[in-house]
Structure formats: C-alpha cells, structure tokens
Design a protein around this ligand. Sequence first.
Ligand code: 9MR
Length: 386
Amino acid sequence: MLNVLRKPIISGLALALLLPVGMSTASAATTTEKPSISALTAPQLDQRYKDSFTIGAAVEPSQLEGKDAIMLKRHYNSIVAENVMKPINIQPEEGKFNFKEADKIVKFAKENNMDIRFHALIWHSQVPDWFFLDEEGNEMVNETDPGRREENKKLLLERVEKHVETIVERYKDDVKSWDVVNEVIDDGGGLRNSAWYQITGTDFIKVAFKTAKKHGGEDVKLYINDYNTEVEPKRTDLYNLVKDLLDQGVPIDGVGHQSHIQLGWPTLQQTEDSINLFASLGLDNQITELDVSLYGWPPKPAYATYSDIPADVFEAQAERYDALFKLYERLDDKISNVTLWGITDNHTWLDDRAKQYNDGVGKDAPFVFDPDYKVKPAYWAIIDHK
Ligand code: 9MR
C-alpha cells in the first residue's frame, strides 16, 4: 500500500469516464497529502456525523471479533446483518425459526450501544420455497383455479403474518429500523413480478407492514427498501406505490435507499431529488447499503488485485465520497442513518460481482477503509471535508 498519496498523473479520458457528471477531472486531481494511517485508531467516523445521522455497517457474525470488531466499535454506531436475518436463514422450514446467528449480531450491538437495522423481513431472494407451496406441496404460482388461488393467497398471507410477528416480537426492544419489504419494484417499472406479488398482489406488503407495527408498537420505524431509487422509472414507481399505501393507512415510516452506486452514477442531483421526493411524503430516508464501486455496468474490465488499482481511481472515489457526504449532511433533517454494506474493502459482495463478469478474476474497493485496515483517501474526504 502507498503510505502517502501524492498528486496522481491522470489519464484524462480514463478518469473522465469514471467521474460523476459535473465533476471535473481538474478537481479530482487535487493533492490529498493524507497519510494512510491505521483505521483501528483513526478518528471515529460515527462521531464525525453524530449530529446528523448514525453510521452503520453490514456484517456477518464472523466479523464480530478481531480487527473487524475493533472497527465496528470505533467507527460505526449502527449495524445490520448482511445475510443472517433474511427469511432463508431465520425460518428455513415452516415454523422452525433459527435465531442463533441473528442473536449474535443483536448481542454485539447491545453490548456496544449500537443501533440495529433489521434486513429484511420479506424479500423475493434468499427466501425458502416452502412459503410458496400449497397444502399439497404444489407451487402456488401455477394454480389456475380461482377458488384455490384465493385459499393460497390466504395461506401465504398467514405465513407472512406469522413470520413477521415472531421476529418482531423477539427483537422489538432491540431493533429500531426494519426493512419490512425489500426490492418490490421491478427494474423496468411497476411491481416486481415475484411469487409474493403473483399470489397476493400488493397484500403481502400491506400485511407485513401492519403486522410489524401491530407487534412492534409506535416506536419501531418501518422502511420499504430498494436499489436504484434515484433513477427512473423506479423512483416514480416506488413513489406511487408508497403514496398509495400511505393513503390506505399502511404504516410506512421511511424509504431505504440501498445506494449500490458507482464513481459516476447516479448523479448527485438524482440522489438529492429522490431524498426530497420521499421526504415530501413526510417520510424518513435511510441510506441502507452504501458502496461506491470502482466499476461501471457491467463491471468490466476489473482490476485483478487491490494493488492493481491506480491512485487516481482512489482519488476519484474520494471526490465522490466527499460530494456524497456533503449532500447527506446538507439533507440531514431528512436522513437518519447512513449504512455502508461492509466494513473494509476486504469483504464486499462486489468482488463476487466483479469476478462473475471477468472470468473469476476481479477486485472491487467500495469503502473508505482498505483491506489492511488502513484509511483510504475516501476516509479523509468524509472525515475532514468542510
Ligand atoms: O451482500 C449480500 C451477499 O452476501 C449475498 O450473497 C446476496 C444474496 O442475494 O445478498 C447481498 O446483499 C444484498 C442485500 O441483501 C439486498 N440488496 C442487494 C445486496 C447486494 O446484493
């Protein structure tokens, strides 16, 4: 690793392609004479933003010890499970709840005074098949008889109720914010044509929110969570859905913007407009899964290893983080939490994505801490910015 990042020699075209619209290559080239110090003792990120919002990290239970645990205690005052609270892990078989791994995260958070986000009660992915099988074991989505379809719908909604009730009753005193439904809007527009939707229409969403509020009480904050909430047609479709549900009395408290973003996409203006749009409905906003990928879409070509990533790319990422956190801070009356989808660059789902598109070879680096637990230029950008 570089100890001191010096003014990079920038290939104009390469960098221009990576930068957010409106960001000049000249501004990205500013020297950041900031040392790559240990993140384990660097100034605390969560304290930097304590007057604005909490700062979270997504974790696996295996990350609750060693250096990752030190990082969590030092820089983050909120936590979310990257996987272990999803339906397939919590209720793999009907009626057989498995809270072992989820409990580890809750225990760690409580011992360290961290807020907990629950991710996610209902999702179309990482959900066991049994939810969608009828009493005879047939797939409900294939049922054509109207009477049986009604029965199936009733059964699935009962299952939603039981799943949500059991989990919320267990964690309601510990978990503040809940992703009640995740990714219900289709990328191309409209509702995602998931099994949940095919069998119940939008009733699964209504039942999930109502059940969570009924058992969680007024203090729990309930979110509808999705990615690409900044861009059309998703943003408008999510807005229309949320508005419609609110008009029907469905207890939604906020929108979770996953924010799996890139150096140059989406624009800051799109991000700001989206937060303001949902705030105009009286809702809170949370940035729930932030990572700033070094790549566009698809993520190729990718750097093979971390040390192949050029310094100017880290500088461009720092510019991006700087602009983003300035925006979040300016809108902090509308944003209560910013969660990064990982702790350091040594563990990110984006590596799998980079590998998938580059014949098994590829490394991404989306966070503000490097794989060796040192701070990156992006860290200095958001800890220091004026
Ligand atoms: O980071 C998660 C990864 O470990 C899992 O394999 C993947 C399974 O789909 O889910 C990832 O987290 C996703 C999150 O739950 C919802 N939004 C998108 C996230 C990245 O794929």
